[in-house]
Write a protein that binds this ligand. Structure first.
Ligand SMILES: [Cu+2]
Length: 166
C-alpha cells in the first residue's frame, strides 16, 4: 500500500513538473527572454548605452545558466547556442556604435529564436518579426511592430513572420 502511494506521489510530481515546463515557469532560461526584450527595447529607443548595459546583463545570465538544472532536451538546444549568443552579446556590450550593435543584434536574434522554438521560455506569445530593409529578425512580446534596427526612423517597418504560443 505504501509503495503504491509513493508511486502515485511520484507520478503526480513528474506530471506537475511537466505542466510547469509547458507553462515555461520551470526553465532557468526564462530570464534570458526578459533580458533579450530589454536589449531589444533599448535598440527600439536607439539608446546605445542601454543596449550595451542590457547586452552585458544578457551575457551574465548566459554564463550563469546551470546546464545540470536543465532537462536533457533543453540542454541539447541551449548548448550549441550559448557560445554564439555570448559572442554577439559581448560585442553589443563592448560597443558604443549603435550600427555595430544592431549588426550583432541580428545574429543574436536569429540564434535566440532557435532557442525560443526549442525551449518553452514563456507561456506568453512571442512574435518573430522581420525587417525587409535590414533582412533581419527580432523577437517581441507584442504584436504591433516596433523596429529595433531603425528606431524612430522607421519604427513600424516590418512584419510578423511567426508567432509562438498562439
Ligand atoms: Cu562586433
Amino acid at each position: 500500500m505504501k509503495k503504491i502511494f509513493l508511486m502515485v506521489t511520484l507520478i503526480v510530481t513528474v506530471f506537475t513538473q511537466q505542466i510547469f515546463a509547458q507553462d515555461g515557469k520551470a526553465t532557468p532560461l526564462t530570464p534570458l527572454l526578459t533580458s533579450y526584450y530589454s536589449l531589444k527595447n533599448a535598440l527600439v529607443a536607439s539608446s546605445n548605452q542601454d543596449a550595451a548595459a542590457s547586452a552585458a546583463e544578457f551575457g551574465k545570465l548566459l554564463s550563469a545558466v546551470n546546464m545540470k538544472s536543465l532537462p536533457a532536451a533543453d540542454m541539447n538546444a541551449f548548448m550549441p547556442l550559448q557560445e554564439k549568443l555570448a559572442f554577439d552579446a559581448r560585442h553589443i556590450a563592448e560597443s558604443k556604435d549603435i550600427a555595430h550593435q544592431r549588426e550583432h543584434f541580428g545574429d543574436l536574434s536569429a540564434n535566440f529564436f532557435k532557442l525560443a522554438k526549442a525551449v518553452k521560455l514563456t507561456g506568453e506569445a512571442v512574435y518573430y518579426d522581420y525587417c525587409p530593409m535590414k533582412k533581419s529578425y527580432w523577437l517581441s512580446a507584442e504584436a504591433p511592430i516596433k523596429n529595433p534596427y531603425y528606431g524612430s526612423q522607421m519604427l513600424t517597418c516590418g512584419k510578423v513572420s511567426e508567432t509562438l504560443n498562439k
